[in-house]
Design a protein around this ligand. Structure first.
Ligand code: EPZ
Length: 426
């Protein structure tokens, strides 16, 4: 078993390089299934969700070559549809594996993929994905844990209005429609930067997608796509996580290799509570204010405050004086991390979908767990801001989405160790 041990209470100072975006890399990696040729993907973060995605694709016949730490060549010419269950356990661990549905349906006119996994936030339906595939002419059914798509003539262009602004459904439908016959319009589409990044990747492969980043995306299907070289955008949530850690520890950190526009809602909230955020072309310098003030946050689809920054913001607001509120409007149950912060003495509770934080009381070191990917980083931030030694277990959940986080924090002055201990040890 591995754990992270943090001796906190030290301000973070220095510079950190942000890695490529997990949530952009996932759809793009699976979209390579559409391409009969080689795609070279750069700025790929070294995280387990992506390493496992490569294993899933290789088991289905893709040829994948690691060119350097963050660059991969992927050739899906010999990909075999419906065989991802050769890595069934991995498919059912990762939320992003469901992009295989859109990619297989788009290329082969059919698909068979096991239900996806991902962070446990309560029910995470895929009804909007299915609505899109059916609108594209697919017949979708579910049997013993698999989602099957069949069609007579492959994906056919159509218009789809999403009942929910779903990132995953927007991406999955866009991927399926890239080589569909005719025009597809996705209305009420998600506008996240990773939606734009996947559209840009597909267009670099010869697709004809316009409007990504707005709530209406038009996809003019093309007969086939060709290989390309493409660099993934930086991870805005990794960047936001380091920004929150800098402020919570009363430090000053320059966050490099980012797109400041993607961080606007996060920067605005940090300034609201008393931090300063200085913007450069591809970096921000975040400096904590002398006193951190309370605030209210509501998570919203992009460009609103991202739900993936909710737990990290909670940990930060435990260090701010006064009563703060976080209204989690996207997921019904993204609150499991709250119990872990309470274990550290935080005065935090959940009222419906609103987190209520009585900030300003110093927390205490404790033994806590990473409840999920972002909840794990929340307890890391709390530990960094708290005098004494905190131990965090279940850290594999953190390593699903953060590349080399302990070393990056150590470079900023954190007293942090990743320790491997025998499984029977406490
Ligand atoms: C993506 O999840 C991200 N995951 C999540 O990041 C992120 O929190 C989420 O988008 C919102 O930004 C990946 O990109 C792999 P949604 P996704 O479909 O696509 C409901 C992280 O920490 N919904 O936009 O699953 C759904 O229940 C992860 O990196 C339906 O009702 O999110 C939720 O309430 C966690 N029907 C809301 O929409 C559907 O068919 C938003 O979900 C699909 C979604």
């Amino acid at each position: 078993m591995e754990k992270i041990v943090i001796n906190g209470g030290k301000p973070l100072f220095g510079q950190v390089e942000i890695s490529g975006s997990k949530n952009a890399a996932l759809p793009i990696i699976y979209a390579c299934v559409l391409v009969k040729g080689k795609c070279v993907l750069e700025n790929i973060p070294d995280i387990s969700d992506l390493r496992n995605s490569f294993k899933i694709l290789e088991a289905a016949g893709a040829k994948i070559e690691k060119l350097d730490r963050n660059t991969y060549a992927i050739d899906c010419t010999d990909f075999e549809v419906g065989t991802s269950d050769r890595e069934l356990e991995l498919v059912s661990k990762i939320r992003g594996s469901y992009y295989l549905l859109g990619a297989e349906f788009g290329r082969f006119g059919k698909s068979r993929v096991a239900f996806p996994g991902g962070c446990n936030f309560g029910v995470r339906p895929i009804d909007q994905h299915i609505k899109g595939f059916e609108a594209l002419g697919g017949r979708v059914d579910v049997d013993d844990g698999f989602i099957n798509i069949e069609s007579d003539n492959g994906a056919l262009g159509t218009s789809i209005f999403l009942d929910v602004t779903s990132v995953g459904a927007t991406l999955n439908i866009m991927i399926a429609a890239a080589t569909a016959e005719g025009m597809t319009i996705i209305d009420n589409a998600a506008k996240e930067p990773h939606v734009v990044d996947c559209a840009n990747f597909l267009n670099t492969c010869g697709a004809r997608i316009s409007g990504a980043g707005s709530d209406m995306i038009k996809i003019k299907g093309v007969p086939q796509l060709h290989g390309c070289t493409y660099a993934i955008i930086p991870d805005m949530i990794e960047a936001g996580s380091f920004m929150a850690a800098a402020v919570a520890t009363h430090g000053s950190v320059q966050v490099n290799n980012i797109i400041p526009k993607h961080l606007e809602s996060i920067s605005a909230k940090l300034e609201e509570i008393g931090a300063t955020v200085e913007e450069f072309d591809d970096a921000v310098l975040v400096t904590a204010g002398k006193h951190l003030r309370k605030t209210s946050v509501k998570t919203m689809p992009y460009p609103g405050f991202p739900t993936d920054m909710h737990p990290q913001m909670s940990a930060l607001l435990c260090c701010a004086e006064g009563t703060s509120y976080i209204n989690e409007s996207i997921f019904e149950n993204r609150f499991r991390y709250v119990e872990e912060l309470r274990r550290m003495g935080a005065k935090i509770k959940v009222d419906g979908r609103i987190v209520v934080i009585e900030g300003g009381t110093p927390m205490k070191p404790a033994s806590v767990i990473a409840t999920d990917l972002r909840g794990g980083v929340a307890v890391m931030i709390a530990a960094l801001a708290t005098e004494g030694t905190t131990e965090i277990t279940e850290i594999r959940l953190i390593e699903r989405g953060y590349d080399n986080i302990c070393e990056k924090l150590r470079q900023l002055g954190a007293d942090i160790q990743k320790i491997t201990c025998p499984d029977n040890a406490e």
